[in-house]
Write a protein that binds this ligand. Sequence first.
Ligand code: NAP
Length: 259
Amino acid sequence: MFTPIDGRTVLVTGGTKGIGKEIAGVFARAGANVVVTGRDAEQGEAAARELSGQGGEVAYAGGDVAKAADCERVAAETAARFGGIDVVCANAGVFPDVKLADMTEEDIDSIFATNVKGCLLTVKACIPHLERTGRGRVILTSSITGPVTGYPGWSHYGATKAAQLGFIRTACIELAPKGITVNAVMPGNIYSEGLDELGEDYLTSMTDSIPLGRLGKVEEIGAAALFLATDEAAFITGQTIIVDGGQVVPESLAALQSA
Ligand code: NAP
């Protein structure tokens, strides 16, 4: 039995759709007050309305994680609205695909700005608020793509997701004296609006490569994040949890098919 986290405040970047929205939903249903961020205000307000009334209060704060001023403002607005920040889920991310030979400098700058710089700026802006609680939690949404696996078209994306894991290993040491833990969830293929845009063929081939025979559900990433935010996970820092239905495990296609 885990200690309830109701009444705590959670900031979820990229919480207006997909995985982030359901991370927000899982925390809200556990009684936490949640602020979701994203650049599309209409989508953000709709997500906050949809998630409210299930437990804790859910609000939207607009912002681009690639801009330091936006990250500072969102952290300040969250703390002002709910009296602090206990948990920050740095989840905002993009995954455009382009092969290395065709990649432009702008493609590289743009994905690193959101997935890496955005993550560091988000966490940096939240540090004073997390420290004040005495039990702050930082939870990143990384990926299996990059740290463990590869997929043509995502060399830049994989580099950003591996970079996030490099980040947590030093951040967890720097923030430990402030009572803050820093961990990451590494999703496999999770059915989200963003994944849906990759098309039917991609979704089918991914489903076929997962030992559990299905794509992940967004709430399954939310559940892993919620666990890392519990009092019972207080001694876990600098670590990762893969949530992928066993996708990274088979040695070969034959290993998967002969089960
Ligand atoms: P999604 O459905 O496309 O949602 C992405 C969210 O991030 C949206 O709320 C989007 O809102 C926000 N966002 C994007 N760029 C942003 C920016 N510059 N500033 C602020 N917010 C921004 O994607 P998803 O599938 O849920 O992915 C969420 C995270 O999970 C990403 O970090 C991704 O790398 C990771 N992940 C996903 C999967 C998967 O299978 N789906 C697997 C592994 C890892 P706006 O566009 O309005 O800003």
